[in-house]
Design a protein around this ligand. Structure first.
Ligand SMILES: Nc1ncnc2c1ncn2[C@@H]1O[C@H](COP(=O)(O)OP(=O)(O)OP(=O)(O)O)[C@@H](O)[C@H]1O
Ligand SMILES: [Mg+2]
Length: 267
């Protein structure tokens, strides 16, 4: 493997607790090199899943956090000026396509549509990436795959993927795992006992029921892992839950009261 890609290897098996058939389905998608889209709320395991799949499929993983200032050159590459003149530097997408990595575009709807279209020729049967400034047509390596993530619901009409982009992908839905599974994840990630993890999950379930009734988003698995880690370090559970679960989620005083009450119910 080339040096420029070796750093993107995932050295150890990441902990990922499957919640359904997603591992097998993703393997099948990879086998036919279908570009994939992972949909789900923040903190529900999408990134962890991609890391796990890259490890399982034995592919390097190149991740790009998308934002609206990102340009096509940020993905594809650009000429740099150095002492010897100009030198071309591959962007992350080009690097992945050339060397057969999995390229993960995180929060892809944040990117402008004119940036996102650079992935089109890579995600249909052409599997090529034109580097216009360099005058090169990169043929994607046989092992290359593109995977994108997004949180459905956050999109305004202005910020959504075009149908011509969406229809190039297969999609998997992610959500918060069921209580038993989430308890197992929190226990594994933080080291708290099963009883404490179960209480954290119960608080989260209360909060998730308030989504759309004053809360934009429920408490994520990520937040439970934060709270559990604090408790495991010796922070009293009430303080840990306030800091890691309630305060970040909302500024609304009534909602905070309701959530604080849920915390005291279980702890
Ligand atoms: N199925 C799972 N197996 C193992 N850990 C999980 C799982 N789901 C969630 N987690 C835990 O939750 C944390 C957050 O998950 P992750 O970072 O993958 O979220 P995400 O869906 O990528 O969120 P975002 O959309 O904000 O990027 C992980 O670091 C891990 O501790
Ligand atoms: Mg993520």
């Amino acid at each position: 493997m080339q040096d420029d890609i070796r750093d993107y290897r995932i050295p150890e098996e990441p902990y990922y607790r499957a919640v359904g058939e997603e591992v097998e389905l993703y393997e099948a998608a990879y086998a036919v090199r279908m570009p994939m889209m992972l949909k789900g709320p923040t903190g529900c395991g999408k990134t962890r899943f991609v890391e796990y799949m890259a490890w399982k499929l034995d592919r390097p993983l190149i991740t790009v956090a998308c934002n609206e200032d990102m340009t096509a050159s940020d993905l594809v590459g650009r000429y740099l000026l150095d002492a010897d003149g100009t030198r071309w530097q591959d962007g992350p997408l080009t690097l992945a396509a050339r060397h057969g990595a999995i390229c993960y575009l995180d929060e892809v709807v944040e990117a402008r549509q004119d940036t996102v279209v650079v992935i089109h020729p890579l995600t249909d049967n052409r599997r090529v990436l034109p580097l216009e400034k360099k005058g090169e047509l990169v043929k994607a390596h046989a092992d290359f795959q593109l995977v994108i993530s997004y949180n459905p619901g956050y999109q305004s009409l202005m910020k959504d993927l075009k149908q011509s982009t969406k229809q190039r992908f297969g999609a998997l839905d992610f959500g918060y795992p069921e209580a038993e599974v989430e308890r197992e994840i929190v226990t594994h990630e933080t080291g708290v006992d099963g009883d404490t993890a179960g209480k954290l999950v119960s608080v989260a379930e209360r909060a998730r029921n308030l989504k759309g009734h004053g809360l934009d988003e429920g408490i994520s698995t990520r937040m439970l892992v934060h709270a559990g880690s604090l408790i495991q370090r010796g922070v009293p559970p009430l303080a840990a839950c306030r800091m890691a679960l309630v305060r970040p989620l909302t500024d609304d005083p009534d909602m905070r009261d309701a959530l604080d009450a849920a915390v005291t119910t279980f702890f």
